[in-house]
Design a protein around this ligand. Structure first.
Ligand SMILES: [Zn+2]
Length: 509
């Protein structure tokens, strides 16, 4: 199976923030999970560097747009690295290969008879870089995403005949209800299509920072069209000398926040049809992380710096918390208190302690070596539940239900903790007659933790690798494959004692 996952390319009009981190983490989880399935995976992220907002941000800093993007793009690339993202490529829309591909793409739209020059006036939100219909504005006439009043913009531009695609898009949507998830977002996109699509301007004459229209260099291509095309252009030059389009298109899944649904679920599919491509296989729309009930966004200024959070607590706790606290796809409130609570109760107590106790008991009671033991009735259920847990978590990852996957794994972590309490190895070790039972319990804890590590690897990969390392298990890419997730896949090896995986956060700390 092929699996091509994308984040939106991030707009470099400001510093990276937690909203960017959230989408990148979610995409990375899916990429890692599909690699564990043995799929042929390509994971793309990057930055959107053109458009008026970028030019304005540069001017405010006294820089040229080129200087501005050259300073900011590395910050976004660094964020992906810090998050542990395993992206296969990082695209910049100022890459000459991308710019040439955008020109070639719009030439195809023109050749299909889908481009016309027209005069147009409309209400334009400079924060969205998009026109709004009056009916879609907030009651006070402001942009519902940004709370600012759109301005009247009048230009002679090139238009893409989006209206031509209304029926075909409606048909394709009705034939494929899984095209956009969750269902509420699918319904939103479909109702937008059913309301009637109007042709859209795809060039600007008032802006110079962009990709020139190939047949009229006085105009630049609308930044959104330029940006959407990255999902295809990247495949043409990410691997020098290799065109990945045939390999990965249309096995593509776009991950994005709900404020850019219309661009991805309506405009992009129409552009693809016009240029002769298939539609993406799926789009998954996530919600917003809210701090104190407000959408966290650069425009509103309520920014939580993911770099500071990671510096203090590490990458995995951040990845875990964001996916655990808010069901992916919904809006949800996050807070430092909530983070510390889950860190202490779930990561430090439930998982971290289980690993420490298991390794230390194997150390003390069996000279640091996982004992060989058959699966008999003592552990038959625990073994079966462990394998079922891996399958159930996989079924959740398959439908982008990451939060549910984590819950499934954690139920099993709690099951293993109960096993320790019920069997009390510190008592078994005192009775010679219970030596075989102690072997089974210690072997079972190691085998169970190995399954936990494989199932939770997409979310907290560094921790999963540490657990395998503590258990003396190999943890290369081949060892992480889910086809290896059998109870009997454990190697009776020497364990490695180490510091706590998650040192507790003390109150007030
Ligand atoms: Zn707006």
């Amino acid at each position: 199976m092929r699996f091509y996952i994308t984040t939106p390319i991030y707009y470099v009009n400001g510093e990276p923030h937690l909203g960017h981190a959230y989408t990148t983490i979610a995409a990375d989880i899916l990429a890692r999970y599909h690699r564990q399935k043995g799929d042929d995976v390509f994971f793309l992220t990057g930055v959107d560097e053109h458009g008026n907002k970028v030019a304005q941000a540069a001017a405010e800093r006294g820089l040229t747009p080129r200087q501005h993007v050259d300073q900011l793009a590395p910050r976004f690339r660094h964020l992906a690295e810090q998050l542990g993202a395993t992206n296969d490529f990082f695209i910049r829309t100022t890459d000459p290969e991308h710019e040439a591909y955008v020109q070639q793409f719009v030439e195809r739209l023109k050749a299909a008879g889908d481009i016309e020059k027209r005069a147009y006036g409309g209400l334009y939100c400079t924060a969205c870089e998009g026109f709004w219909y009056e009916r879609d504005l907030a009651p006070d006439g402001t942009c519902p995403d940004h709370g600012i009043k759109p301005v009247w913009l009048e230009e002679e531009n090139y238009y893409f005949l989006l209206s031509k695609y209304q029926e075909r898009l409606a048909e394709l949507f009705r034939a494929n209800p899984d095209l956009v998830k969750p269902r509420s977002r699918y319904n939103e996109a479909l109702s937008f299509i059913d309301q009637g699509l109007e042709d859209i301007s795809i060039s600007r004459s008032s802006i110079t920072w962009g990709v020139p229209v190939p047949w009229d260099p006085e105009q630049v291509i609308y930044v959104w069209v330029d940006a959407l095309i990255n999902y295809l252009s990247a495949l043409t030059y990410a691997r020098p000398g290799e065109d990945l389009v045939e390999r990965f298109w249309p096995a593509v899944y776009h991950l994005l926040a709900k404020d850019i649904l219309k661009f991805h679920a309506v405009i992009w599919p129409a552009l693809l049809l016009s240029a002769g491509h298939s539609l993406p296989t799926g789009e998954f729309i996530h919600g917003y992380l809210l701090m104190g009930g407000e959408k966290m966004s650069k425009t509103r200024g309520n920014v939580l710096d993911p770099f500071a959070v990671m510096d203090q607590y590490g990458i995995d706790p951040l990845r875990f918390y964001l996916m655990r606290e808010v069901a992916l796809g919904q809006d949800g409130v996050i807070s430092l208190e909530g983070f510390e609570g889950r860190y202490n109760s779930e990561l430090a107590n439930e998982l971290g302690n289980l690993v420490s106790r298991s390794v230390s008991m194997i150390g003390k009671y069996r000279d640091g070596r996982i004992p060989e033991a058959p699966v008999d009735e003592v552990l038959r259920d625990v073994a079966a539940e462990g394998e079922a847990m891996v399958r159930a978590a996989g079924a959740h990852y398959d439908v982008v239900a990451v939060t549910a996957a984590i819950e499934t794994v954690w139920e099993y972590v709690r099951r293993l903790n109960r096993l320790v309490e019920e069997e009390a190895p510190w008592k078994l070790v005192k009775e010679e007659a219970q030596a075989g039972r102690l072997d089974m319990v210690l072997h079972g804890l190691a085998a169970g933790l190995r399954l936990v590590a494989l199932a939770i690897y997409p979310v907290i990969p560094g921790t999963a690798e540490k657990i395998l390392q503590r258990l003396g298990q190999a943890h290369g890419a081949a060892d992480l494959l889910l086809e290896k997730a059998a109870w009997t896949g454990l190697t009776p090896a020497a364990v490695v004692v180490g510091p706590p995986l998650f040192p507790r956060i003390e109150a007030g700390g």
